[in-house]
Ligand binder design. Structure first.
Ligand SMILES: [Zn+2]
Length: 419
């Protein structure tokens, strides 16, 4: 079964719509689609869907990273895997499957942790799509793309899909320009905990009864046996205790599955939620690469729990975000023979696309774009002192340079590094 994806993509690209850029042409869209190199992070429930969608949308070059191996319990929703694949690399099996089904796609698997690769690896991609199930990996990738933007002025968009039960979200993040994953972090609800007094004396929910059995009753009854959620006998005992507690207080809804969910803190993965969110991620990637339509600004929520709710929201960057906020950028000069004027024009103005930058150092200005300075022709290293940095042994400017320009909302902070 070989699929030719050109027909459906051709339709999507055929003409400009009311919101398309004036300069858009179908040829442009097709060229960019053929040229884009996409990285998919995660080949699990969401990742399988994302890989399939991207390949069927005519993306030609895809890389996929996942450090996990296939488990039997994945097979109900991670549809690129078969029973004989259990124990093998998710990235490798998913890539092999896609290659068999979709004509013309070059797909490269990496059975690795994301941390195994350096900045140069990530810089080869046009766009990154994340289908991850944890916050740590998202934060790491987010910091990587923000660092790339800050150090190389290369902007690799990050499209992040997330699902939890019947709910999901998609974020489109352009590093340093729109809110980054770290900016969104404050929206993530803290893990639910229940006050002990509620568990001990005033349970109202089935969860309270289960947590009571888990935290209070079990250690009393079995002081020498640690509860093991993977032991079916333990789970049955826990369920019976919780059920009794619920009966005592007239609470309904304690089931064995619920008990397991609460003690393991599991939210079930739902295949259809993954499909909806992966499709939206792929749409955003397709629009960004081809420019055929504007992108989502910049987060979309999906809730299929009670009816269907879909909403999008424009979320703003946090000024003091520890990752993309106004922290100093590094500017590397490779020779000490650079004058202040050269530095201002060739390094600062060009690299940060400024109009008329003024540069301040330690309270005074060292460069004024309009008026010029007597120091313009002096070497930068003579005007600002450098000192050795204990981290990398290189010479760094002792204080930050502050750059002001009419194109900037906030002053730009720079640290000059001499390599
Ligand atoms: Zn941020």
């Amino acid at each position: 079964m070989i699929r030719d994806t050109r027909i459906s993509t051709g339709y999507a690209l055929q003409g400009a719509g009311p919101f398309t850029d004036k300069e858009y042409t179908r040829e442009f869209g097709e060229t960019e689609l053929g040229r884009a190199k996409i990285l998919v992070v995660g080949a699990g429930g969401l990742g399988c869907e994302i890989l399939k969608d991207l390949a069927l949308s005519s993306f030609k070059e895809i890389d996929c990273i996942d450090m996990d191996t296939i488990e039997l319990s994945n097979l109900n929703r991670q549809f690129l895997f078969r029973e004989e694949d259990v124990g093998k690399s998710k990235a490798e099996i998913a890539s092999r499957f896609i290659k068999q089904v979709v004509k013309d796609v070059k797909i490269q698997a990496h059975f690795n942790k994301i941390q195994d690769f350096d900045m140069e690896f990530y810089r080869q991609f046009t766009l990154i799509v994340c289908g991850l199930d944890n916050i740590e990996a998202r934060s790491w990738i987010n910091k990587m793309v923000v660092d790339i933007a800050m150090q190389h002025t290369q902007y690799i968009p990050l499209i992040d899909g997330g699902t939890e039960g019947f709910q999901g979200s998609v974020k489109v993040m352009i590093p340093t320009i729109t809110a980054c994953f770290e900016c969104y972090k404050q929206l993530i609800p803290k893990q639910t905990t229940y006050p002990l007094c509620t568990l001990a004396s005033m349970p109202r929910l089935p969860e309270h009864c289960i947590e009571w059995a888990h935290q209070l009753k079990w250690p009393k009854l079995y002081p020498h046996t640690k509860f093991d959620a993977d032991d079916p006998e333990h789970v049955t005992k826990m369920y019976r205790m919780s059920l009794q507690r619920a009966k005592d207080f007239g609470i309904e809804g304690v089931t064995k599955a619920k008990t397991l969910g609460v003690v393991k803190n599991i939210i079930p993965a739902i295949a259809s939620t993954n499909a909806v969110i992966a499709a939206a991620c792929c749409n955003e990637a397709f629009k960004f690469i081809t420019s055929c339509n504007p992108n989502l600004e910049n987060i979309m929520y999906y809730n299929g729990e009670v009816g269907v709710v879909l909403a999008s929201d424009e979320y703003h960057k946090l000024v003091d975000c520890p990752v993309c906020g106004n922290r100093p950028r590094e500017v590397v000069i490779t020779t000490s023979q650079i004058t202040v004027e050269q530095f201002a024009n060739e390094y600062v103005k060009v690299r940060f696309s400024l109009v008329e930058p003024d540069i301040f150092y330690n309270g005074g200005d060292i460069y004024n774009f309009k008026n010029g300075n007597k120091e313009d022709n002096r070497l930068l290293v003579e005007v600002i002192p450098f000192e050795e940095n204990s981290n990398d042994g290189q010479l760094h400017s002792k204080y930050q340079l502050i750059v002001v320009d009419k194109s900037l909302q906030n002053p730009l902070k720079l640290i000059v590094k001499l390599e």
